[in-house]
Write a protein that binds this ligand. Sequence first.
Ligand SMILES: Nc1ncnc2c1ncn2[C@@H]1O[C@H](COP(=O)(O)OP(=O)(O)O)[C@@H](O)[C@H]1O
Ligand SMILES: [Mg+2]
Length: 428
Amino acid sequence: MTTALNITSEMEKASSLIGGNSFANEVAQVRPTELLKVQNLCKVFGPSPAKAMEMLKQGMGRNEIFEQTGNMVAVDNVSLSVMQGEIFVIMGLSGSGKSTLVRLLNRLIEPTSGQVILEGKDIAPMSTEELREVRRKKMSMVFQSFALLPNRTVIDNVCYGLQVSGISKSDRYEVARKVLSRVGLGKYETLYPGELSGGMQQRVGLARALAVNPSVLLMDEAFSALDPLIRFEMQNELLRLQKDEQRTIVFISHDIEEAIKIGGRVGVMKDGQLVQVGTPAELIQSPANDYVRDFFRNVDVSRFLKANSLLVPVHAGGKIVCDESASADRFADQLIDAGAECGYVCNNAGKYIGCVTPASLRKAGQSAITNAFLSDVFPVSIKADLHELSHIALQQEHDVPITDENGGLAGVISCRAILKQVMQRREA
Ligand SMILES: Nc1ncnc2c1ncn2[C@@H]1O[C@H](COP(=O)(O)OP(=O)(O)O)[C@@H](O)[C@H]1O
Ligand SMILES: [Mg+2]
C-alpha cells in the first residue's frame, strides 16, 4: 500500500525538519512584513528539464510538453508573497502542483529555476547545512499522513526534534508541555500515536511543528484525511492559533470551503500556474477565469461575502455629527442641500447613534435629534455576512448603516446592492 510507503518517507522528511534549538527563536525579532517571497519559481520533473523550460518559453502547454518529452512541468513560473502573520492558502485541483510548490519553499525539492526568499534571504545559495537549519528552525511542516513515530509517546514525538539537538529532557519537556496544552492535548502526553484518533494525531503533528517556534508553518492538506467534524474543529483550532500567536502559515488545500474559511488570502493553482491570488471575497466577486469561478459553483458563498467588501462611504452631507441633545430641525437643510435621502448620525464620541430623514427631522422640530431617529433602521456590524445582510435588506428600505469594531460609522450598503449580490449568487 502506498500509505505505508508515504508514512515512512514523510517520517524521514519530518524528522529532518523538526530538529533544532527552539530557544534561539524565542528572542523577539523585528521581522519584515513580507516574510516569504517566491519569484518565477519553476519545477520540471523528467529527463530533460532544460528542454521543457525552452518549450515553455516558446509558449507550449504543459500537456503538450509532457506528451512530446515526458517532462512534467509541475510548477510553472509562480511568484507570490506571504506576509507576516497571515494564512496563505494554496488551492487547486489534484495534480495542479500544490505539493510541489510547498516542497520548493523549503527546498525538499530543488527548483528548476526561480527564487525563494525567506526573511529577506535567498535560500538558493545556502549550503546543505544552512538549509537544514532553515528547515529545522524556520519552516516546519505538518503532513496529511501525520508522520508520527509510532513507538514514541505523544510528548516524545513532540520534542523529538529538540532531543536531536541535544536539549536536556527537562527543558524539552517543558517546551513540549506548553505546545501540547496549546493544541488541547495536555492530558495525553504519555499515550502512543496508535492510541489516538486521527484528529488527535494531527494535533500532535501540529504541536511537533510548533515546538520549534518556526517562522512559517507549512501544512500540506494537513486536515484532508480527517472526518468532516474533526476537520471543522481543527480548522477552528488553526484560526485560533493564528489569531493568538500571529502565526504565518502556508496551507495547502484542494477544498474550496476550507480555503475560504481559513485563508486570509487564497492562491489558486491550475496546471502548475498560479492563476489568481486574492481574499475569498475578491475571488468570489471577481474570479479571474472559469476555473476559479467553477470552484464556487456549489458553495454557499453568502457566508464569505462580508459587509466590508460591499459598503460605500457615507457622502459628506449625509453624515451628521452632533450631541445627542442637539435640536433636530437645524440639520434638515443640510440633508436637503446634499440631496441625501437619509442622514446617519454619530455622537461627538464618534459612535453611530441613529438614522434620520429630512421629514423626521422637521417633525421632531426643536426637540432632541434622538426624537427624529427612524425606528426601522438598524446598524449592522462590518463583520456581518451576506446572509445576515439579506435579512436586513428585506426588512428596511433605507441604506443599511454599517458599524466598525468601535461602533463608529464605517459606511452604508444599499438594499439594492445586497439584493443584487443575492441574485447573482442564486444565478451562479
Ligand atoms: N517526483 C515526481 N516525479 C514526476 N512527476 C511528479 C513528481 N511529483 C509530482 N509530479 C507531477 O507533478 C504534477 C503536480 O503534482 P503535485 O505537486 O503533487 O500536485 P498536487 O499536490 O496539486 O496534487 C502532477 O502531474 C504529478 O504527477
Ligand atoms: Mg498534493
